[in-house]
Design a protein around this ligand. Structure first.
Ligand SMILES: CC(C)(COP(=O)(O)OP(=O)(O)OC[C@H]1O[C@@H](n2cnc3c(N)ncnc32)[C@H](O)[C@@H]1OP(=O)(O)O)[C@@H](O)C(=O)NCCC(=O)NCCS
Length: 165
């Protein structure tokens, strides 16, 4: 992808805190990121099991229950990430139209800064097969290969951590 292309310029992204009005945009990003990006690493049945949001009110409540950030360009949200109280990064999803141009890198920098402000010394995450190399490239190491069950399907991911300096 041409990073000089104005539509995909890294500098076109900004980070801001999530607001409840962003809930449906985050559902859309979550579903598309799995169906169109993570689908290269998981089977159609696994994708169907993972890319499901049955209860949109429960989804909205979860997003508002912990610090969450939106990365956006002038057209609106293109990705989101969050930080649970003990330093676990639960969600990190970027729209398929804006992959590989630094959106998740900006989000992770924000998550790391927020974790440091809270006095946390370590971040953890359960990284998908798709996200593992992104996190490794940003200083995370794999602690364990995991098998998780979602709606009757078995999916592989990686428990990862990064010590903050
Ligand atoms: C993982 C994800 C969040 C990364 O978002 P992104 O905005 O494309 O990431 P960035 O552009 O900030 O960074 C991309 C970096 O990761 C690296 N990277 C990402 N995926 C990679 C892969 N499969 N192989 C090699 N490198 C990869 C790129 O080389 C790039 O590194 P560089 O900037 O040093 O060259 C995004 O691909 C995504 O939404 N994936 C699908 C959903 C998912 O699996 N989410 C994680 C759930 S745990």
């Amino acid at each position: 992808m041409n990073s000089d292309d104005g539509r995909h310029s890294r500098t076109a992204f900004t980070i801001r805190p999530y607001s409840p009005a962003d809930s449906e945009a985050t559902v859309e990003i979550f579903l598309r990121a799995i169906r169109e990006v993570a689908s290269k690493d998981y089977s159609p049945a696994q994708v169907d099991a993972w890319a499901t949001v049955e209860d949109h009110r429960a989804w909205a409540a979860r997003r508002s229950s912990r610090p969450t950030w939106i990365v956006e360009n002038k057209t609106g949200p293109v990705g989101f990430a969050d930080l649970e109280p003990k330093g676990n990064l639960d969600m990190m999803f970027v729209c398929p139209d804006h992959q590989g141009v630094g959106a998740a890198t900006l989000l992770l920098a924000k998550v790391e800064a927020a974790a440091k402000e809270k006095g946390l010394s370590r971040l953890s995450t359960d990284a998908s097969l798709t996200a593992r190399l992104f996190f490794e490239g940003r200083g995370f190491v794999v602690l364990a290969r995991q098998i998780v069950e979602k709606r009757g399907q078995v999916l592989q991911n990686f428990r990862m951590e990064k010590f903050l300096r």
